[in-house]
Design a protein around this ligand. Sequence first.
Ligand SMILES: NC(=O)c1ccc[n+]([C@@H]2O[C@H](COP(=O)([O-])OP(=O)(O)OC[C@H]3O[C@@H](n4cnc5c(N)ncnc54)[C@H](OP(=O)(O)O)[C@@H]3O)[C@@H](O)[C@H]2O)c1
Length: 431
Amino acid sequence: MREPLRLGIAGLGTVGAGVLILLEEQQELLRQRCGRDLRVTAVSSRNRNKNRGVALPSNVIWCDDARDLAKSSEVDVVIELIGGAEGVARQLVESALDAGKHVVTANKALLALHGSQLAARAEKADRALCYEAAVGGGIPVIKAIREGLAANRFERVYGILNGTCNYILTKMEDTGADFETVLSEAQDLGYAEADPSFDVDGIDTAHKLSILASLAYGAHVDMSAVYIEGIRHVGAMDIQFAREFGYRIKLLGLARRTAHGIEQRVHPCMTPLGSPISEVGGVTNAVVTVGNYAGQSVFEGPGAGAGPTASAVIADIVDIARNQILPPFAAPSSQLEHARASPMELHQGAYYLRLTVLDQPGVMAGITAIMAEHGVSIDSIIQRGRAPGAGVPVVLITHDTEEARMNQVLTRLKGLKQVVETPVRIRIEKV
Ligand SMILES: NC(=O)c1ccc[n+]([C@@H]2O[C@H](COP(=O)([O-])OP(=O)(O)OC[C@H]3O[C@@H](n4cnc5c(N)ncnc54)[C@H](OP(=O)(O)O)[C@@H]3O)[C@@H](O)[C@H]2O)c1
């Protein structure tokens, strides 16, 4: 039996405690699969006295400063489970790699903002930088793209990457309630943070998408290239209209290569009812890849939680224990492309538009004239309810057009005095 692999864990919260529990409960299985013991030799967290629901291994070294794990001669692998793109998490990962330690992290924010330089650091030190848990929680999608699908060019990669948003949209559909009501229930149930902006404004999804796009397209991680729109503007009415038109609204992160560069976008999408992605409900995550040889693959599972996330963290540790060490973003850093971002204005697709207009004669003619002037053709149009003098919804579905044209149409429509609320635009995605 080879010598034990010595682990230093920073952060003993949901994921950190989950990792300790899994290591203890699956000890024998992991020993067999790795051919060596996985031994926790050091830990760090803010509060030494907190009950974490799991006993710390005997003789474990407690570090008041997590950065000491990088210096410890008792640690081979630093497992960063603190979170945040800056501060202690970043300092720990950088200093651990520079000190010749392998690093495992679940920190998508850190990778989205500093992934490229961290990968170069890891390769220079000939050490692993692994992050299976950073995207899709327990779903082994990093491995699938980097290894199982390595022979493919990807037509597109997209997914439901944030459980909180998917929970909110699912509940809005099930109950007919509006966004604010469901968000506050989700906060009470612990499915949404007190400050939900990272989730509902699409930032968390964008972090994960930028990582997937880098892996799939052999490019440096570029969070700044992601177009981001969250779900706050999706109304209960939009969810109902979507159903009438044969769609379900999902917050997707989508990446593909176009003639203009790599397109990365996060926004609510109308997805066709019956498509695999439209059927993914609640907090579940899913990733769909379309490879030129493998065709479509759908990966679905729990995107968060102590058990699933710990499972992904340990999978990385098992790779290191077996000496299976790959460049973090599949290709060596020196081979990664500094890809152009495909401008959102050039995006082509169909659109759903919901306008609230005064119920007056001639309003519809005015709207359709503006669309015609900008070359946007209408597939269907419905007006609901009659309320002379008051606002009523008008919903339009367009044929495929360019985003830039839709932007011009929206600016013109907002300027009409009969349009009494900000129009809602949701892109239709033929997934
Ligand atoms: N939760 C999930 O389901 C999930 C899923 C995928 C990825 N992730 C990622 O996993 C990471 C951890 O998430 P989490 O949910 O486990 O977070 P969490 O429950 O908030 O735990 C964070 C831990 O970090 C510790 N910590 C904070 N500042 C520290 C410092 N300066 N030095 C040492 N320890 C410090 C905290 O210490 P105390 O406990 O002592 O206060 C806590 O134990 C994040 O990057 C997150 O994005 C989480």
